[in-house]
Design a protein around this ligand. Sequence first.
Ligand SMILES: C[S@@+](CC[C@H](N)C(=O)[O-])C[C@H]1O[C@@H](n2cnc3c(N)ncnc32)[C@H](O)[C@@H]1O
Length: 207
Amino acid sequence: MPKRRTDRSKPDHYSKMAKKDNYPARSIYKLDEIQKKFNVIRPKDQVLDLGCSPGSWMKYAVDIVGPAGRVVGVDIKDRDMSRGGGGPDNMSFHLLDVMEMDDVAWETIGGDYTVVLSDMAPSTTGIKSVDAARSFLLCEAALGIAERVLVPGGNFVVKIFQGEDFEAFVRSVKQQFKTRKIFKPKSCRPDSKEIYVIGLGKKDMLV
Ligand SMILES: C[S@@+](CC[C@H](N)C(=O)[O-])C[C@H]1O[C@@H](n2cnc3c(N)ncnc32)[C@H](O)[C@@H]1O
């Protein structure tokens, strides 16, 4: 029997919890599970959050890094100020498309990050192979950005929709990081093909 798609218009347990905990999106619990298992973000970290809107992951990360750290968010959609905007001085947002990185965009995001996160999701068609191919392109862009701005030893978290390019992408992460993990948080919707690839300890390619 085909799997029934969950009704996303109705708030589920995690959406209700996010509202209660004052986070703009239920995706916060995915990062929370990743953090509790792999400790990817640490106090004083410099975090780049790709696809950050509406801002739950940024809000969560800035609490961990503390005032000596920094969180920079990037998205093609503006952050919804009513849901997750504002925040401390060490948190900033840039309106950018990661698929169109030019000199200005590189200069805007800067470098020397210790963590790169990507919860980017493409606009979906409902055709699994098309959505997975679009997700793969976003993941490649995120990995390319991490290659350029992440310091050796840094950590990388990226969401991917599983499809035919999944294994190839996992291999690319393995090439750049000492440890690679694949993790499906319990808070992902049961009918979702999304999964997280985690790279721990970026290899120093110059050594
Ligand atoms: C699931 S949401 C992220 C939720 C976020 N982690 C949070 O906790 O609030 C995925 C985001 O990826 C962004 N996105 C998709 N394609 C992008 C691109 N090419 N460049 C930048 N952001 C992109 C979308 O606009 C969307 O806001």
